[in-house]
Design a protein around this ligand. Structure first.
Ligand SMILES: Nc1ncnc2c1ncn2[C@@H]1O[C@H](COP(=O)(O)OP(=O)(O)OP(=O)(O)O)[C@@H](O)[C@H]1O
Ligand SMILES: [Mg+2]
Length: 277
């Protein structure tokens, strides 16, 4: 396994309600994320996924425990800019992440804020738009883009900073099926081709099937983790954790229960078709 790019050590975090009562959102959570890994984080509403995501680029700081990014401790103020450059965060609603009047300017925005020289900005913007497949729309107004294009624009804005890790918090939640496919393909390509480490939070179980590892959070703790084949083998009680099986592993399990010798580890339609035909 590659060396960890992010490590949380006994990380706990509390939100305070009305300045008095505290809610424990992360509870003593230790986790290593490896360089180049595609990690999916799943878990029911309120299990702490977004709170964890915000700790991975120092938007939130631990109440107890430590978070290291590339060996840099997030709690140290002098590390924060470098950490935010190395770990890019993409949120659910692309409209909230768009700031400029053209696609190109939007991608350039973060770089301009960093005071990077204009020729380098131009080069990085072109590179990022090429990667997410929006080069031909560089002069377009962002609000005229489709949902999937807007989310790919948000990803380009983060990519222009050349991060080593992308943390995406339900990036497809507001998209139609086509937009979801576009964004998923972009995330996978960045991981496989560009070797960007990916932490992908989602409620769509079928989006996790290509991950190297899935971590299930429950009440601020890691309930279980494993490969997609392990998590969706039918041996874990996902329902008790408020989640369900993706359609193909669910069908494979139903066929197995019906007496057919369907092998373990079937995740995709073509694997099931190959077995059945
Ligand atoms: N700003 C906040 N103030 C108070 N409590 C909060 C705040 N944000 C989150 N919480 C609480 O912290 C816990 C973890 O929330 P978090 O948003 O991290 O969960 P999540 O797994 O991302 O949920 P979802 O699937 O709904 O996005 C929940 O109990 C939630 O109610
Ligand atoms: Mg969330």
């Amino acid at each position: 396994m590659n060396s960890p790019i992010i490590e949380t050590i006994q990380l706990s975090y509390d939100y305070s309600l009305d300045g008095e009562k505290e809610i424990r959102a992360l509870d003593n959570l230790s986790l290593k994320i490896c360089e180049g890994e595609y990690l999916c984080l799943i878990g029911p509403n309120g299990s702490g996924k977004s709170t964890l995501a915000r700790h991975l680029n120092a938007l939130l700081l631990p109440a107890a425990g430590d978070v290291y990014v590339d060996g840099l401790l997030t709690a140290l103020e002098e590390n924060r800019w470098e950490i935010r450059r190395r770990v890019g965060l993409v949120f659910q609603n692309p409209d909230n992440q768009i700031v400029a009047t053209t696609v190109e300017e939007d991608v350039a925005f973060g770089l301009e804020n960093l005071g990077i020289a204009p020729p380098i900005i131009l080069q990085r913007v072109a590179e990022a738009l090429e990667l997410v497949g929006l080069k031909s729309l560089a002069q377009h107004a962002p609000h005229l883009l489709s949902g999937g294009q807007k989310q790919r624009l948000a990803i380009a804005g983060v990519l222009a900073m050349r991060p080593r890790c992308l943390v995406l918090d339900e990036p497809t939640a507001m998209l139609d099926p086509r937009g979801r496919r576009e964004v998923l393909a972009t995330i996978r390509m960045l991981n496989r081709q560009e070797r960007v480490t990916v932490v992908h939070i989602t409620h769509f179980m079928e989006e996790t099937l290509e991950a190297d590892r899935i971590i299930v959070l429950d009440r601020g703790r890691i309930a279980c983790s494993g490969s997609p084949a392990e998590i969706f083998s039918g041996k874990l009680d996902l329902e008790a954790l408020g989640m369900d099986m993706p359609p193909i592993p669910a069908l494979a399990m139903a066929l197995r229960e019906g007496g057919l010798a369907v092998p373990q580890g079937i995740l995709h339609v073509d694997q099931l078709v190959e077995f059945l035909c």
